[in-house]
Design a binder for this molecule. Structure first.
Ligand SMILES: *Cc1c(COP(=O)(O)O)cnc(C)c1O
Length: 404
C-alpha cells in the first residue's frame, strides 16, 4: 500500500476538476445505514448516495454476489454475452411491462439510449419529421449533452455550444401546457413519474393519465425516467406500477446497482427492434460484475417484505419530521412518496437547504437537498426503524441550532 502522502479534503482541490464542491467529511466505511469517516466519526445515512444505496452499505447479499462473480469473470465486451446479464434481464422482463432490456452504466446513458431509440422508432415508423421531444421544466435526466438538454434547467445545458435540437419543455402537472406543444410531429414525451432533483413533486393522477392519453392520440412514445423513483424507492418495484400508467420505455439506474454502476432501458419488442445491430452500444454495458450485483439487488427488493417495509418506514419518517416541525415550524410541507421525501423549508428559510444539510452533518446525520429550499431524504429501503429514530433525533438537534 502506498502511504507516502495523506489523503485529505485539500487534495481534492489539488488534483480534481472543480465541478463538485464535496463536504469536508471523507467517509471510509459503511455498514447498513451507518457510515464512518476518516476520524471514525459515525453518521446515520439518510442520503443513500443520492437514492443509490437502496440496501444500505455492504449488504451481505450484495457483498456475496460481487465476491462470487469477481472470482469467475469480470468483463467480456458485447462481442459475447454473459450469464449475469441474461439472468438480470430475464428478471427485469418477468417483473415489469417490458419485453426487452438494454444495459448501460448510468442513468444518463440509459436515458440517452431511450431518446435515441425513440428517435429511431419515430423516423423508421412515421417519417423523418417526427422528431420533437417534449420534456418538463425542472426535470432532470442526466448530464450527457442530449439528456441535459432534455432536462428542464437551461442553466445546466447552456454554455456548451449548439444543443441537440427539437426539444421543448412543458410545465409539470399542467396538462394544457403539454397540449399546447404536442402534435403528430412529437416523437416522445420524457418524464419522471415523480420529479426528484426538481423538488420532489408528485404527478397528479389526472396529469399523468392525461400525458399517456396525449401520447396515444399523437403516436408519441411515453418514456418514464425511473432512475430515481425505480428499484423500490417509492414502495413498488417501479413507480409506474402504482400510477395505473404504463410507459413505452422505462429507464432505471441509481438503486438498480445498490452502489455498483449500472443502468438499464426497458421497452417492448416492437419498439426495441428499431435499435438494430450496430445502431447503439456501450463497452461496459451489461458487465458481469454489475449485473451480478444488480441481480442480487432485485432479488432482495422485489419482495413484499421490502416493498411493504418501504411504506411502513416512510410513515415513521414522515411522522417524525412532522413532530419536529410541530416544535420548530421550519417546514411548510413534507412531501414525496415512499422513501423519497422532501421537507420544503418555509418562507423564513428559503434558499437555506444547504445550511440544514451542513448542520445535520455536524450532528451525525447525512441528508440531501433538492434545489435550494428543500431538504431531501433517500435512505436505505431497509433502514432499521431505530436508525430512522436516531437520525431524526440528530436532525432535530441541527434544527434546534439553526433556529436558536
Ligand atoms: C440521477 C438521475 C439521472 C442521472 O443519472 P446518472 O447515473 O447520474 O447519469 C437521470 N434521471 C434522474 C431522474 C435522476 O434522478
Amino acid at each position: 500500500m502506498s502511504e507516502q502522502f495523506s489523503v485529505s479534503r485539500e487534495l481534492f482541490d489539488d488534483v480534481m476538476v472543480p465541478n463538485y464542491a464535496p463536504s469536508a467529511v471523507i467517509p471510509v466505511r459503511g455498514q447498513g445505514s451507518r457510515v464512518w469517516d476518516q476520524q471514525d466519526n459515525e453518521y446515520v445515512d439518510f442520503a443513500g448516495g443520492i437514492a443509490v444505496n437502496c440496501l444500505g452499505h455492504c449488504h451481505p447479499a450484495l457483498v456475496g454476489a460481487i465476491q462470487e462473480q469477481s472470482e469467475k469473470i469480470w468483463h467480456l465486451s458485447n462481442v459475447m454475452t454473459n450469464e449475469p446479464a441474461l439472468r438480470l434481464a430475464k428478471k427485469l422482463v418477468d417483473s415489469t411491462f417490458a419485453e426487452k432490456v438494454y444495459f448501460a452504466n448510468s442513468g444518463a446513458e440509459s436515458n440517452e439510449a431511450a431518446l435515441k431509440l425513440a428517435r429511431r422508432w419515430a423516423i423508421d415508423v412515421h417519417g423523418s419529421d417526427k422528431t420533437q421531444i417534449i420534456a418538463f421544466n425542472q426535470g432532470f435526466h442526466g448530464r450527457t449533452f442530449f439528456t441535459v438538454t432534455v432536462g428542464g434547467q437551461a442553466a445546466y445545458s447552456d454554455g456548451f455550444g449548439p444543443k441537440p435540437g427539437d426539444i421543448v419543455h412543458a410545465e409539470y402537472n399542467d396538462l394544457d401546457s403539454v397540449k399546447a406543444l404536442i402534435s403528430d410531429k412529437t416523437c416522445a414525451i420524457m418524464i419522471e413519474p415523480l420529479q426528484g432533483e426538481g423538488g420532489i413533486v408528485s404527478p397528479t393522477d389526472e396529469f399523468i393519465k392525461g400525458v399517456r392519453e396525449l401520447c396515444d392520440k399523437h403516436n408519441a412514445l411515453l418514456i418514464f425516467d425511473e432512475v430515481q423513483t425505480g428499484a423500490g424507492r417509492l414502495g413498488s418495484l417501479y413507480a409506474y406500477m402504482d400510477l395505473g400508467v404504463t410507459p413505452d420505455i422505462l429507464t432505471t439506474a441509481k438503486g438498480l446497482g445498490g452502489g455498483f454502476p449500472i443502468g438499464a432501458m426497458l421497452t417492448t419488442t416492437d419498439i426495441a427492434k428499431h435499435l438494430k445491430i450496430g445502431t447503439h452500444g456501450s463497452t461496459y454495458g451489461g458487465n458481469p460484475l454489475a449485473c451480478a450485483v444488480s441481480e442480487a439487488v432485485i432479488d432482495v427488493i422485489n419482495t413484499p417484505e421490502v416493498l411493504n417495509g418501504v411504506k411502513a418506514k416512510a410513515k415513521i419518517f414522515v411522522d417524525g419530521l412532522q413532530a419536529i416541525n410541530t416544535k420548530y415550524n421550519v417546514f411548510k410541507e413534507i412531501r414525496g412518496k415512499g422513501l423519497l421525501i422532501g421537507a420544503v423549508l418555509n418562507d423564513e428559510y428559503q434558499g437555506k437547504a444547504k445550511e440544514f444539510l451542513v448542520a445535520a452533518m455536524a450532528e451525525g446525520v447525512m441528508t440531501l437537498v433538492a434545489g435550494a429550499s428543500i431538504v431531501r431524504f433517500a435512505p436505505s429501503l431497509i433502514i432499521p426503524d431505530e436508525d430512522i429514530v436516531e437520525g431524526l433525533a440528530r436532525f432535530e438537534k441541527a434544527i434546534a441550532k439553526i433556529t436558536s
